[in-house]
Ligand binder design. Structure first.
Ligand code: SAH
Length: 357
């Protein structure tokens, strides 16, 4: 048992089982041992690799997407560009470089990066030192149009799980087993089924319903801001649309492989599939329009990634060699092309954003 597991076990002994959301919050954000408080998880030497780290084309196309949305809404000035969970700052650097095609956009925006990880914040400061940027550790609604990017951010937000047991829907908790080790357990008392959406009725015995109150609340805030002041948000992540099943999607990843969820909290990344349908509902409930989710492969293809790849390959302008293999990784269905999805939130009055059928 590592130090954080021991601390969590002590807390459970004193106060009773934790929800999965509470466990995730401690494992990811404990100031001393939390996964996202202590390290740069990205890249070949880290635990996982993300689309902007695979290819500059990803950030470039997202940068052009957001500048186009700004243009389509009458080029509001001032406006704010926000990125949630910017990692190493790679996506933002590529997006801003591509957006130089629309210099009035760069002149109109201030930039805020929402980042809780001090190690990554330092990397972002270095990567983006040529740009005037502010940082925050949480999202705040701006007083102006909001243009927002988030790649692989929502999957890190804490989820709760409810399991269809014989006695009813019971929350899946983290308790201690007979030896004092961390173990999954169901809450003894079922919750009222009315707290779950009607689709719960299709669940088989043992089926799991997942919900992320943090993700829903954040989508609501973003949608309210965009409905009120204008703007556009693009959320890219791995997850499901209308086809949400009743599976357990909580996963631990370390060193590019799946790990046990409870063995070493703080040393491995924890994430779960993003429920895009829930985010879209949160957006429309708050007066905004939602688009997608579209499969990442289709979305990037509609934005012209194939043409961009050809140009980079011809001019050898790429940051890395192997443009063709980067393209395949981002777009092909058996790579990131269908598991990852893109969804957008815009004002109801705005024109349809690029990339969505
Ligand atoms: N978008 C980047 C990084 C993805 S990893 C990329 O695609 O490469 C998740 C990012 O979100 C990291 O930067 C992590 O530090 C940040 N993060 C995770 N949970 C957060 C939270 N609750 N508040 C702020 N930042 C968070």
């Amino acid at each position: 048992m590592n130090a954080l597991a021991a601390r969590i076990a002590g807390l459970i002994q004193a106060q009773g089982p934790l929800s999965i959301a509470q466990f995730m919050t401690m494992a990811l954000h404990d100031p001393q041992y939390g996964y996202y408080a202590t390290r740069d998880p990205l890249g070949a030497g880290g635990d996982f690799t993300t689309a902007p780290e695979i290819s500059q084309m990803f950030g470039e196309l997202l940068g052009l997407w957001i500048a186009q949305c700004w243009h389509d809404q009458g080029r509001p000035s001032p406006a704010r560009l926000v990125e949630l969970g910017p990692g190493r700052g790679t996506l933002m650097a590529d997006a801003l470089r591509a957006a130089r095609l629309m210099p009035e956009f760069l002149a109109a925006i201030d930039i805020v990066l929402v980042e809780s990880n001090p190690v990554l914040q330092a990397l972002q400061r270095e990567t983006l030192k040529d740009y005037p940027i502010g940082w925050s550790d949480h999202f705040e609604e701006p007083d102006r149009p909001l243009f927002l990017l988030a790649n692989e951010f929502f999957d890190a937000l804490p989820i709760r799980q409810f399991v269809k047991a014989e006695r009813g829907w019971c929350e899946r908790m983290i308790a201690r087993d007979a030896d004092g080790a961390l173990a999954f357990a169901l809450a003894p008392e079922p919750i009222s089924p009315a707290l779950l959406p009607p689709s719960r009725d299709g669940a088989p015995p043992g089926g799991v319903y997942e919900t992320s109150p943090a993700a829903t609340a954040l989508a609501e805030q973003i949608a309210q801001s965009i409905a009120r002041h204008g703007g556009a948000a693009l959320i890219v992540d791995y997850g499901y649309g209308a086809d949400a099943g009743f599976g357990d999607t909580l996963q631990a990843v370390g060193n590019h492989a799946f790990k046990d969820i409870l063995d070493s909290p703080g040393d491995v990344d924890l994430s779960a599939h993003v429920d895009f349908a829930a985010l879209a509902q949160a957006a429309t409930r708050n007066g905004a329009a939602a688009f997608g989710p579209a499969d990442q492969g289709e979305f990037l293809t509609a934005l012209g990634i194939v043409q961009r790849a050809e140009r980079l390959a011809r001019g050898q302008l790429g940051r890395n060699p192997g443009i063709d293999s980067q393209l395949k990784r981002l777009v092909l269905p058996d790579q990131m092309g269908t598991l990852f999805k893109a969804m957008a939130i815009l004002p109801q009055s705005a024109p349809k954003p690029p990339g969505f059928a």
